[in-house]
Design a protein around this ligand. Structure first.
Ligand SMILES: Cc1cc2nc3c(=O)[nH]c(=O)nc-3n(C[C@H](O)[C@H](O)[C@H](O)COP(=O)(O)OP(=O)(O)OC[C@H]3O[C@@H](n4cnc5c(N)ncnc54)[C@H](O)[C@@H]3O)c2cc1C
Length: 415
């Protein structure tokens, strides 16, 4: 159903209304671009906020886009600030290594390193913001498998209605059908790891501390949530993950505790609910065609080792919004290659390098080869003592480093 049912011709049509699609829509809508979002899920599912285990660590710079586009004021009350990150090498049998890295937010003027949200809460808040914008329509419960792109416009037939736009944006996720249909070439990685995901209730409060522990089977990430809760993203080799996922509640908790430790007292798995996600990555060898662009996970996905997947999507959205809004203001065609090529130029190298860096980190840390282990532990110990290097990496994690940072990711935007 079309929310307003008043428009049938838009500036932009977006396929996919999850985190990337909704953020893309409200970013464009907030700057005067008309948008139609089409998603196969039902609005009720978004509003009911059903938790699927996934949380997102949003870097400080990414939170600026939420602020500029009216999402932050809705989602802020659910944010859990990340104030400290501890990184350490470990082994369930041999114990934790002697050296670790510690990122303390006092090194960056006490500002949060990022914010943790439940994915579904963020999506609901994005949708609530969308409802405030008269220039956006949302079509639920509809799957787009076909469309027509000609010289002047994009045409989508949906539920017996024809809608048109100047530009089609594929925000349809990692397994994008649009990417397939348009024959974009992709490079794929299969880590043969599964992310075992759950929330734990802890006896003591985490005080905003996040953990990243490197075990031979894969990284074990723990993110602070509101109250005495933490989100666990436990990457494990597929075969072992299968066994872990079959365990009864008590055995699962014991195995989890071997990794989580007792730094927050006793823990229990919230509602005994455990979720799993296969870990793969991909990068597309190009993001644009005439009147079409890939955005977020449809263009790239990465291992969650650095918690950067959606942060990269946010950078795409900020950058593409700038290109489209500036083109429209200047009276240029928003769907032309001339407009879209700036987006591709700004984002391609940044995304490709991060996919490769995450790949390198997974390979460096998910193994138990003696010499590599000694070097990485020593490296962490040394790096931990070099304050300027630490500050640089912290600013990187906050999304504050890099060339071509879009104006919408800065505290004050001139868009
Ligand atoms: C375990 C795990 C932990 C993570 N942690 C972090 C983190 O801490 N920080 C971070 O930045 N990122 C993280 N990520 C990555 C982040 O979750 C993704 O980058 C993000 O969710 C991608 O959102 P998306 O909207 O691009 O794609 P998706 O969430 O896949 O959404 C695609 C949408 O398109 C719709 N759709 C698809 N095809 C069609 C069609 N043909 N017609 C209509 N609708 C369609 C679907 O219904 C869906 O709603 C993590 C990922 C995992 C697996």
């Amino acid at each position: 159903m079309i929310k307003n049912n008043k428009l049938c011709s838009y500036d932009v049509i977006i396929i996919g209304g999850s985190l990337s699609g909704l953020q893309m829509a409200v970013s464009l809508g907030s700057y005067g671009i008309s948008v139609c979002v089409i998603d196969r899920s039902k609005i009720n599912n978004i509003l009911n906020d059903e938790f699927d285990g996934r949380t997102c660590a949003i870097a400080s710079a990414s939170s600026n886009l939420l602020k500029h586009t009216g999402v932050w004021e809705k989602v802020e009350k659910y944010a859990s600030p990340m104030l400290d990150i501890h990184i350490q090498d470990g082994d369930v049998v041999k114990g934790m290594s002697a050296y670790s890295m510690h990122y303390d937010n006092n090194l960056v003027n006490g500002e949060a390193l990022g914010y943790i949200f439940e994915n579904n809460t963020l999506r609901r808040c994005q949708y609530e913001r969308l409802c405030e914008l008269d220039n956006i329509d949302y079509i639920e419960d509809s799957q787009v498998l076909d469309y027509e792109i000609n010289d002047d416009e994009v045409i989508v037939e949906i539920n017996g209605k024809t809608i048109s736009g100047k530009l089609l944006l594929a925000c349809d996720g990692k397994f994008s059908k649009i990417r397939e249909k348009e024959k974009f070439k992709t490079i794929n990685w299969d880590y043969k790891q599964t992310a075992i995901v759950c929330t734990v209730d802890t006896k003591d409060n985490h005080n905003g501390v996040a953990l990243e522990l490197f075990f031979p089977g894969g990284p074990f990430g723990v993110l602070p949530m509101q109250g005495n809760k933490m989100s666990v993203i436990w990457s494990e080799q597929d075969e072992i993950a299968k066994q872990v996922l079959k365990m009864n509640n008590n055995d699962f908790k014991e195995h989890l505790k071997q990794r989580f430790g007792d730094w927050l007292g006793d823990i229990s798995v919230t509602d005994n609910k455990v979720y799993s996600y296969p870990l793969t990555a991909h990068h597309t060898t190009g993001y644009i065609k005439h009147r079409l662009a890939l955005v977020g996970d449809s263009a790239h996905s990465m291992h969650p080792i650095a918690g950067q997947g959606f942060n990269m999507g946010i950078r795409d959205i900020a950058s593409l919004t700038e290109c489209i809004v500036k083109a429209k203001k200047a009276g240029r065609d928003i769907g032309s290659i001339e407009t879209l090529k700036h987006y591709e130029q700004y984002r391609y190298f940044d995304n490709a390098s991060l996919v490769l860096i995450c790949d390198g980190l997974v390979k460096l840390f998910s193994n138990d080869i003696g010499i590599i282990r000694t070097l990485r532990v020593a490296g962490m110990g040394i790096l931990n003592k070099i304050i300027p290097a630490k500050k640089f990496f912290m600013q990187h994690a906050r999304g504050m480093v890099g060339t071509n940072i879009p104006s919408l990711l800065k505290k004050y935007t001139d868009l």
